[in-house]
Design a binder for this molecule. Structure first.
Ligand code: DP6
Length: 345
């Protein structure tokens, strides 16, 4: 018999950034973070897992290519899942001994790598949930998020849709470092996200390496994790619960800037945003100034591509600016005053 199970997991983009580990082995963070998960079907990983007594080795196919399953992070996740399955089997002798069998895993992203999105978050989330389903584990999503976290920190937030918090926890074994849902997407459905692909070149410094360097060398980073982020974590959750877009947007932009400032403050410095990203930043502030209201927010992960958040009702007026102005980004010197912008809408 071959047993199978499938699931999808969405890409998530942090609006309060995870940057820094207090334990690199367990992926325990130095601060709590928040993300907004894009609509489940837009950008996601679809993973199917199969197991059978007759399988000879663990195998993984990623976007149609066979990949090694020996990577430590994947092994850590599978070991935890097998451990939980083993507990079930020892309680009920009639269960097939899947914990001893090999796994075949097939995983596919529906977004091009060119979108410059980290696929590891959705990938590990889908892997953990697919195998948990296959094993019929009773653990809830928050409990499973602890396992996905070991694959990639940000993956723990992709087990939920909507607005998600990853509580950093303080236990040394990481048992209290997991994701919880702040609000389901349906509770604030007007929120929309757009990705502005500035470059599809692979990122400069991988995030694992980058955050280690920041923790080790940046003085600004200490300030960020002790006095800035803890307060912002509480306030951003509040803004989401109150569906307060201007507040949410302001904190999202400030946190992206704070994160990139700690990258610049690392030694040697790390640059993720480029000149085009900076033009997008200026443009967003100009649009908000023009409307005299915060209608759009940007955020940048470990790369130059912008993710914009806005409310659906503002989509048309926002895109009127974006299309006209981004069009001319090459050699374009932004000088924003109301008169100039007026011509664009
Ligand atoms: C900038 O989750 O990719 O996207 O835990 O080492 O796998 P590892 O790092 P990863 O880092 C994500 C960093 C970020 C911010 C975020 O998603 O919160």
């Amino acid at each position: 018999t071959v047993y199978t199970a499938s699931t999808t997991a969405p890409v998530n983009i942090a609006t309060l950034k995870y940057w820094g580990k207090r334990d690199a082995n367990l992926n325990l963070p130095t601060n709590s973070s928040i993300s907004v998960t894009l609509a489940q079907d837009d950008l996601r990983t679809l993973t199917s897992a199969a197991t059978s007594e007759s399988f000879e080795k663990d195998t993984l196919w990623l976007n149609g290519k066979e990949e090694s399953l020996t990577n430590k992070r994947t092994q850590d996740c599978l070991q935890d899942l097998r451990g939980l399955r083993n507990q079930l089997e020892s309680q009920d002798a009639s269960l097939p001994k899947m914990s001893q069998w090999r796994l075949h895993i097939v995983s596919e992203n529906n977004f091009p790598t060119a979108a410059g999105l980290a696929s590891s978050a959705a990938g590990f989330a889908a892997l953990v949930v697919a195998v948990a389903k296959l094993y019929k584990l009773p653990q809830d999503m928050s409990e499973l998020s602890r396992i996905a976290r070991k694959g990639s920190g940000s993956a723990c937030r992709s087990l939920f849709g909507g607005y998600v918090a990853w509580e950093m926890g303080e236990a040394e074994d990481g048992l209290d470092s997991m994701a919880v849902q702040v609000l389901p997407q349906e509770a604030w459905p007007e929120m929309k996200a757009a990705i502005l692909v500035v470059s599809d070149v692979k990122k400069d410094t991988p995030s694992t390496q980058g955050m280690q360097l920041t923790v080790a060398t940046s003085d600004l980073f200490k300030e960020r994790i002790t006095s800035i982020v803890p307060k912002r974590f509480v306030e951003m959750k509040e803004a989401i619960e109150n569906r307060d877009f201007p507040r949410f947007a302001e904190m999202t932009m400030k946190d992206s800037n704070s994160f990139h400032a700690t990258c610049l403050d690392s030694y040697p410095p790390i640059f993720y945003i480029n000149d085009t990203s900076k033009k997008v930043i200026r443009l967003v502030h100009s649009i908000n100034a023009f409307f005299n209201e915060t209608i759009v927010a940007y955020t940048f992960d470990a790369g130059p591509n912008a993710v914009l958040y806005y409310l659906e009702k503002n989509e048309e007026k926002l895109f009127a600016f974006l299309y006209k102005l981004l069009h001319q980004v090459k050699g374009w010197e932004p000088k924003y005053n109301k008169e100039q912008l007026n011509g664009f809408i």
